[in-house]
Write a protein that binds this ligand. Structure first.
Ligand code: HOZ
Length: 432
């Protein structure tokens, strides 16, 4: 196989490293764990991404989730252009913010009142502050391997880049604050019960990704989420679902629609911004009314509800709301990919694990079923590294870490999927 020319990418990266930590503005994209230089992206359209050397790839990163309709969707781009021509930021309310709140509530009825912010991290840290204020308690429960952004309280046994780079507990987090984060095992209700038994009346909230994306894709076992809600409520604590990845992706109403669960608070990011920087948190009205200026819990932002971000996010959400069939289409593509990869694994006599729900998937290089952080960590990351590079050479752009989710968009076609399955066969073979 002819190697792709990526010389301009590499030249840019060597300059970037002088001026930016690791040469990037967010760690995982540095490709450090896959032992090669990152691609510098020149442009993207539909399901394709193009690097600065002119190489074209089928993209399964999708900006880590937001691009559910594919890149540069014409309606989203038009909405951004139109909004920009009317001014890029006012620091005052706009009509689209009201429309956005109404649509979010329609699509996800548990979100009675919502506050827009600028990132998923902002959303989760604000939701936790609110839960602490509402309950008058300070401790929170999170799950090993879940990642809720880079706020201090969450950088404890954190997944995503924190795990990829071997720093699940980041230095710089005050010990006193870290001690208020209790860690349970995903899919292990007994571990949650133990924490509540040991800390009665002290836990403000349990926060979880309902379907984990940040240790790779890990699905909740039957009743896991409803049991969490029951246990939390029995002790007077809240349940926060972090739907930054899953919200509006797995279904119109997110993972909470699929698993039929009504959390107290939900956090969002990614899809809700249509590819622009956005986050949001929302939920029960009695809790959300504590947020300033209705209540005393302070949280603010000059760019919150930014008109460009609202235009992009609202346009994307409206398309998803109107075209119900999009989720069926995504699931069909996901199922086709799953079938193809499972056949490849069987033909090659490999017992690796493919976890998938709808348009989110991860191939784990382990023979153990991946149901939690410990089982995810049994993956052979050196095999993943080889596989990742082989796929890239064949024009398939996957997340550059074993501990991330890959995403399919509605721009992907059956032909793309079949090409990916063929590349998967050859790439897996190369790891033997
Ligand atoms: N937080 C993203 C993955 N869960 C990674 C973003 C990046 O490093 O670019």
């Amino acid at each position: 196989m002819k190697q792709r020319n990526t010389s301009r990418n590499s030249r840019l990266f060597s300059v970037a490293k002088k001026y930016l930590p690791g040469g990037v503005n967010s760690p995982v994209r540095a490709f450090k764990s896959v032992g090669r230089d990152p691609l510098f992206i020149a442009k993207a359209k539909g399901e394709y991404i193009y690097d600065v050397d002119g190489n074209k790839y089928i993209d399964y990163v999708g900006s880590w989730g937001p691009m559910i309709l594919g890149h540069a969707h014409p309606e989203v781009v038009a909405a951004i252009k139109n909004a920009a021509s009317n001014g890029t930021s006012f620091g005052g309310p706009t009509e689209n913010e009201v429309e956005m709140a109404k649509l979010v509530r329609k699509m996800m009825p548990s979100v009675e009142v919502v506050r827009m912010v600028n990132s998923g991290t902002e959303a989760t840290m604000s939701a936790v502050r609110l839960a602490r204020a509402f309950t008058g308690r300070e401790k929170i429960v999170k799950f090993a391997g879940c990642y809720h952004g880079h706020f201090d309280s969450f950088l404890i046994k954190a997944g995503s880049g924190a795990t990829t780079f071997g720093t699940p507990d980041s230095p710089g987090v005050p010990k006193e604050l870290a001690a208020k984060t209790l860690v349970a095992e995903f899919n292990d209700i007994a571990s949650v019960k133990t924490l509540f038994a040991d800390n009665p009346g002290e836990i403000a909230a349990v926060i979880t990704e309902p379907v984990v994306g940040n240790m790779g894709v890990v699905l909740p076992r039957d009743n896991f989420l409803t049991s969490l809600l029951e246990i939390a409520h029995a002790d007077g604590a809240l349940l926060i679902l972090d739907e930054v990845m899953t919200g509006f992706r797995l279904a119109r109403g997110g993972a909470q629609e699929i698993y039929n669960i009504k959390p107290d608070l939900t956090t969002f990011g990614k899809i809700i911004g249509g590819g622009l920087p956005v986050g949001a948190y929302g939920g029960r009205e009695d809790i959300m009314r504590m947020v300033s200026p209705d209540g005393p819990v302070y949280q603010a932002g000059t760019l919150s509800g930014n008109p460009l971000a609202m235009a992009a996010g609202l346009t994307q959400l409206r398309i998803l709301y109107k075209q119900k069939s999009v989720y069926k289409q995504l699931d069909r593509l996901g199922a086709r990919l799953e079938k193809g990869i499972l056949k490849n694994l069987e033909d090659l006599g490999m017992q690796y694990q493919l976890n998938r729900l709808g348009s989110m998937f991860t191939l784990f290089f382990t023979e153990r079923k991946v149901v939690d952080f410990n089982s995810a960590l049994t993956s052979d990351t050196s095999k993943f590294t080889r596989y990742f590079s082989e796929m890239l050479q064949r024009g398939i752009y996957l997340p550059p870490s074993q501990f991330e989710a890959a995403f399919i968009s509605s721009s992907h076609t059956e032909k793309d999927i079949d090409k990916t399955v063929a590349a998967n066969y050859e790439s897996l073979k190369a790891t033997i």
